[in-house]
Design a binder for this molecule. Structure first.
Ligand SMILES: NC(=O)C1=CN([C@@H]2O[C@H](COP(=O)(O)OP(=O)(O)OC[C@H]3O[C@@H](n4cnc5c(N)ncnc54)[C@H](O)[C@@H]3O)[C@@H](O)[C@H]2O)C=CC1
Ligand SMILES: O=C(O)[C@@H]1CCC=N1
Length: 267
């Protein structure tokens, strides 16, 4: 991965809340220099102030990338302040759910290379996954640059069709929250069968993390990994009989609701 252009020309981060911080933490750990990062955020966290990035300072004239990580609802206030950088030389990358490439083209001009991206918060530990797609003036070199930046914090997949990004948002953008909720639900269930709350949480958290790591490292499919736990007529089979009757439908409705909300944000 080559981030030398980012270090040489600079990276502007507009909005550094939960998602911006997750990515920034990963970039700094992966060799992006704090002095090459300009962050614009009216409410900087204590962590952000400790990083050594250039905070709410005058911007460089020709940054390699502007990464937009404000809430879609704040976009109309925040984005116009960077319109002068929409001159074609700087690549804009947006991680905002719902905000379309067309909206950016309206504010910045259609000559601006724009890449819409949907990351997730495991970027903070370099285990995110981000889907990207570009507007017509985003070249292969622009896509490669965005990919290099986002690969520093995890995997990157490319989409042909911008419409798909709402579904990606519903699945992997929001997905970490589904998994964290599963930890909460498993811990509560452990309490229900008689374990102390702290122990139940420790067991639930380690189980989800361990299973995630096994799925990450193993060449076997998720289905096979599930089968490997399930002894015929054993305890897992008894548990899965309950879970598999409900979870597929529940998960389908969960992802659909998040996808629909992403579509609404884009209107
Ligand atoms: N949190 C997540 O898991 C993910 C979030 N996203 C997207 O990332 C974006 C940010 O989401 P979060 O980080 O969760 O929200 P957040 O509320 O934690 O962060 C937003 C940041 O923008 C700052 N801000 C507000 N007005 C501003 C302005 N005018 N100029 C510059 N900064 C301003 C706020 O002070 C705040 O720090 C959203 O568009 C969201 O759709 C995308 C993928 C995952
Ligand atoms: O909840 C949200 O709207 C953002 C987008 C994906 C994850 N968090």
């Amino acid at each position: 991965m080559d981030l030398s252009e980012v270090n040489a020309r600079g990276l502007v981060l507009l909005g550094c809340g939960k998602m911006g911080s997750a990515m920034l933490e990963g970039w700094l750990a992966q060799g992006v220099r704090a002095a090459s990062v300009w962050v614009q955020d009216p409410h900087p966290s204590a962590w952000l102030q400790s990083t050594g990035v250039q905070l709410n300072a005058g911007l460089p004239p020709d940054p390699a990338i502007v990464l937009v990580a404000v809430k879609p609802q704040m976009m109309a206030d925040a984005l116009p302040s960077l319109a002068a950088l929409g001159n074609g030389a700087t690549l804009f990358v947006s991680v905002a759910a719902g905000t379309t490439i067309g909206y950016y083209e309206q504010v910045l001009g259609a000559q601006t290379p724009i890449i819409r991206a949907m990351p997730n918060t495991p970027a903070a530990v370099a285990r995110g996954i981000t889907a990207i797609c570009g507007n017509p003036v985003a070249t292969a070199a622009h896509l490669d640059l965005a990919e290099a930046l986002l690969q520093a914090v995890g995997k990157v997949v490319r989409l042909e069709d911008e419409q798909q990004i709402d579904a990606v948002t519903g699945l992997s953008g929001s997905g970490p929250a589904y998994v964290f909720h599963m930890i909460e639900a498993m811990a509560k269930a452990g309490e229900g069968v008689g374990l102390a709350p702290d122990l139940a949480m420790e067991l639930a958290r380690a189980t989800v993390c361990g299973a995630g790591e096994l799925a990450h490292q193993s060449p076997e499919s998720a289905e096979q990994l599930r089968v490997n736990v399930t002894s015929p007529n054993g305890t897992t089979a008894a548990g899965l009989e309950v879970l598999m009757a409900q979870l597929p439908d529940l998960m389908a409705r969960t992802v659909k609701a998040a996808t629909t909300r992403a579509q609404e944000l884009g209107k």
